[in-house]
Design a protein around this ligand. Structure first.
Ligand code: F6P
Length: 540
């Protein structure tokens, strides 16, 4: 069944939130702490190895109650059950949205078109496991009989960002295989990657759900040509495997059917790292760690599905984001992970969040007059403190931020870890408390510098403190954001699982590509584009 369609701005809670916003918008968070000594405890959720503190937000109990009422008025409960049950909630593409099924236990039963998909999922998981073990153990060999040393993931968007982010995040757990990622159609990318590789010992994983993506096919073709300078056509089967739903196209490309790892239409590209799209993850860290990632995500799935909304991490994080986006008019959100391992986390989330919720038409096809998808950005702490934090602290924009930290370091260097975590804790405190004029004067600042040194504070943050970065905790964290995206899409009454917005650019690029290769003068674009095309053709 389809998701219900409710204009959130027409709900009672939305109107009440608007009045409430006017009443509390200027109150400083520190005042709430002065009023309620239990605020930190009241607004902290502890779940498994997650300690999530929402107290440094511009909210009161009433704010939360009204946001929860909003979730109820749009019938989030009903939406969640349709999401998990495999209803066709990706209506515009006529598909279910079932990345949760990929991490469900083998005993689960999840029906798509009258068929339980769990047995097929486990068949593919077993194939991933067996293949991973053979590559990692050196049992599977390249065309000259040598074991593999390198793995290259060829894909883009969801077929690249998830695996690339997770492989880096789990570097501590990596085995001897060196992993590389080729995504951009910029030939410099593929050439930089292959220049140091030995074709005899390199395995290529071509990942494309559709197997029609220009970037991926171009890169795969270039790599195959490079490979064929050393190996024979019949050796391709030993070195190229593919992950796709489009078995025919993969075979056309020349990849052996036995080397195809299938996926399904009900897995969206940006939510696909749990499927065979995660093959490179499995190869990099071993199948057991890959499975740990999945089981962490499954724990978050259960939490999201069963926990009351007021204690539900994805629900609360999503509602807070709606609060700032739609009432404070905050346009962006920062995600700051205090872990160098999570270097690519914000980049990964950009696709998940912005491709999903960057929509301006509601579920009835009507243009909407309220804000939807937030702009997401971030870099790891402490590097980001020395880059863009100035603007968060003293700029004119309100930027809610999520701080993610891990209490135990993986390498066990206490000195570094204590310094890292002292920054993690200090920044959210500074963002909230700021520095008053009196404090600046007391510090002995010269009078004319006082206005420049005052920090208003009152900058909202969520702190997500996790015991340790493990495959399992990472799985929970990623799933938390996946469900946050879902909740926001339900509230904003949009379809979160299509991405028609990226299609127009692809179509025009194909037209322009044929015009670049055509010697006649092209004048059928706007004059700016035609001039640029002419200039490019003159130069090349
Ligand atoms: O950027 C659009 C998009 O369709 C993404 O949603 C997807 O992750 C990416 O392209 C790659 O698609 P494919 O896996 O089919 O090559």
């Amino acid at each position: 069944m389809a998701l219900k369609s409710t204009n959130p701005t027409k709900t009672k809670s939305w109107q009440l939130l608007q009045h409430h916003f006017e009443a509390i918008k200027d109150i400083h968070i520190t005042e709430y702490f002065n009023q309620n000594p239990n605020r930190a405890n009241d607004l902290t959720l502890k779940w498994e190895d997650f300690y999530v503190d929402f107290s440094k937000h511009r909210i009161t109990k009433e704010t939360l109650d009204l946001l929860l009422q909003l979730a109820n008025e749009v019938d989030l409960k009903d939406a969640i059950s349709k999401y998990y049950n495999g209803d066709v909630i990706n209506e515009t593409e006529g598909r279910a949205v079932l990345h949760t099924a990929l991490r469900a236990p083998e005993s689960a039963k999840i029906m798509v078109d009258g068929v339980n998909v769990i047995p097929e999922i486990y068949q593919v998981k077993n194939k991933i496991k067996a293949f991973t073990n053979q590559v990692v153990n050196g049992q599977l060999k390249g065309f000259t009989g040598k074991p593999f040393t390198d793995v290259v993931n060829i894909g883009i968007g969801g077929s690249d960002l998830g695996p690339a982010m997770v492989v880096e995040a789990l570097s501590f757990y990596k085995n001897h295989l060196k992993t590389h990622f080729v995504s951009n159609v910029d030939g410099d990318h593929v050439n930089e990657v292959i220049k140091n590789l030995n074709p005899e010992t390199t395995l290529f994983v071509v990942v494309s759900k559709t197997f029609t993506t220009q970037e991926t096919l171009s890169n795969a073709n270039t790599i195959r040509q490079w490979f064929l300078k050393s190996g024979k056509q019949s050796d391709v089967a030993k070195h190229f495997v593919a992950v796709s739903t489009n078995i025919e196209k993969v075979k056309e490309f020349g990849i052996d059917e036995s080397n195809i790892f299938p996926m399904w239409n009900w897995v969206g590209g940006r939510f696909s790292l749990w499927s065979a799209v995660g093959l490179t993850i499995s190869l990099a860290v071993g199948y057991d760690h890959f499975d740990g990632l999945l089981s962490g995500a499954n724990k978050m799935d259960e939490h999201f599905k069963t926990q009351a909304f007021d204690k539900n991490l994805p629900v609360i994080t999503a509602l807070l984001s709606v609060w700032y986006n739609n009432f404070f008019n905050a346009e962006s959100e920062a995600v700051i992970a205090y872990s160098q391992y999570l270097n690519q986390f914000a980049t990964y989330l950009q696709q998940g969040i912005m491709e999903s919720n960057g929509k301006s038409v509601d579920r009835s096809g009507i243009p909407i007059n309220y804000q939807t998808g937030t702009i997401i950005w971030g870099e790891p702490g402490t590097n980001s403190q020395h880059a863009f934090f100035q603007l968060i602290h003293q700029g004119t924009k309100l930027i809610p931020a999520e701080f993610i930290g891990f209490a135990k370091s993986l390498h066990g260097n206490k000195d570094h870890q204590d310094k890292l975590m002292s920054n993690f804790l200090a920044q959210t405190e500074a963002l909230m408390t700021g520095k008053s004029k009196n404090d600046v004067i007391d510090e002995g600042s010269s009078k004319h510098l006082v206005p420049f040194k005052v920090f208003e504070g009152n900058k909202p943050t969520t702190t997500i403190l996790i015991d340790k970065l493990t495959p399992e905790s990472l799985g929970k964290l990623i799933a938390l954001y996946e469900h946050k995206i879902f909740v926001q899409g339900v509230i904003w009454n949009i379809f979160s699982y299509d991405q028609f917005g990226v299609e127009l650019g692809k179509q025009l690029a194909n037209t322009i590509l044929s015009e670049i290769n055509d010697s006649s003068v092209v004048n059928n674009h706007d004059t700016s584009t035609s001039n640029l095309l002419k200039h490019y053709k003159n130069l090349t």
